[in-house]
Design a protein around this ligand. Sequence first.
Ligand SMILES: Cc1cc2nc3c(=O)[nH]c(=O)nc-3n(C[C@H](O)[C@H](O)[C@H](O)COP(=O)(O)OP(=O)(O)OC[C@H]3O[C@@H](n4cnc5c(N)ncnc54)[C@H](O)[C@@H]3O)c2cc1C
Length: 428
Amino acid sequence: MAISRRKFITALGTASALSLGGAPLLALGASRQVVVIGGGIGGATAARQIRMIDPAIAVTLIEPKQHYHTCFMSNEVLSGRRKLASIRFDYTRLKELGIKVIHDKAANISPDDHKITTNNGTVLSYDRCIFAPGIDFRWDQIEGFDAKTAQLFPHAWQAGQQTATLQAQLREMADGGTVIITAPAGSMRAAHAPYERASQIAHYLKQHKPRSRVLIFDAKTAFPQQALFLQAWQRLFGYGAHNSLIEWHGGTAHRLIKLDATTRTITTAAGELHRGDVLNIIPPQQAGHIAAASGLTDESGWCPVDLRTFESTRHKGIHIIGDACIASPMQKLGSAANSQAKACANAVASLLNGREPAAAVFTDVAYSTIEEAYAFSTVGSYRLAKEGNRFTLVAGGASPIEASTEDLKREAAYARSWFNNLTKDTFG
Ligand SMILES: Cc1cc2nc3c(=O)[nH]c(=O)nc-3n(C[C@H](O)[C@H](O)[C@H](O)COP(=O)(O)OP(=O)(O)OC[C@H]3O[C@@H](n4cnc5c(N)ncnc54)[C@H](O)[C@@H]3O)c2cc1C
């Protein structure tokens, strides 16, 4: 990306101003109902923002889990740098803001009569629904790998129990063992993060099991922040040498097509077999299951939206944000979900108050932390293009390849402070 970071910071300022002051406070009676499905980064941010913009709008949040674990920084749990508890959040502050939190799962949306039914049979009416169910996996793409097998061979692409299982397997593995990470093709959550994960695992192995190695089998021919990762791997893990701690095998031939759970062996599209002691299989992805079940997805498996308001182009009155929606070139990132949630909350509050939604600026940032004092990032700032329903990148960029040791250390500090800010902004 050729756009300067200075321009990006300027755009970020505009975005923050918009998100904080985009709509006046109104108190028109609590008859208007917004129901938010999914209490992750997108949904929790949107619920909170609506209450702050217009306390007269009643907000209900449906989320099955009592605790949410962030995926970002979960790779630092694998290396042992952080505890799982440090990425765990609850809904106390959202409840204190007057948001009604229902710990249940939305089972069905009826867009014609604006009703949602939950697994427990509760029926909720909405004037506007904000829909943020995140991702689900395409279980039909890898022979021998499904939701049940994933409990033994964790993807850890939804954090929490899966992260804990993968961490325990890394701890139990003997020195000299092989960790296999497989990365899918296609649109996915946090496309940079399989390589951050390989780095954090290599960092752990270097300290505790130095005869071990990490093999990445990747359906993609190239990956985000690639030059920065390869440089870090060369510096820290001997990448390219015969005894490198990390090997990357990319391209369609290396796509995972089969898992033999009994022998812990994977088969790639080229027919090669590889046995691993720890297998971290990251499957191909699509929008959260309820999206397709509610007719909100297109043939890509993701949800098309009107980017001015994030309203579904399939069903009026439902606004889709976060990983589930199609908003490229924005990436499927928590920072993107948070930024979209603010714009969407403003749009929904405006529509409920009979006002025209304001234009917004959006941001995303992907941090890769490699070691305690080594991190880099890519940032982007986006606007709706004048000519139509698509975003254009207006500013942004990646950490420079010639960054000094001091710069890399500073980025690691920024990454951790970004984590604290984003989670505070989301969960209060
Ligand atoms: C290893 C890793 C590293 C990452 N690093 C970064 C990073 O550096 N920067 C960054 O910005 N992002 C990062 N991300 C991406 C980020 O975690 C996601 O993009 C973000 O969580 C998406 O937010 P969301 O609200 O769309 O989905 P989620 O946060 O997953 O929330 C979805 C919620 O919906 C709930 N839900 C699902 N179905 C239903 C239903 N039927 N009814 C009710 N609730 C439901 C789920 O329980 C969940 O709580 C990373 C991800 C991974 C895996």
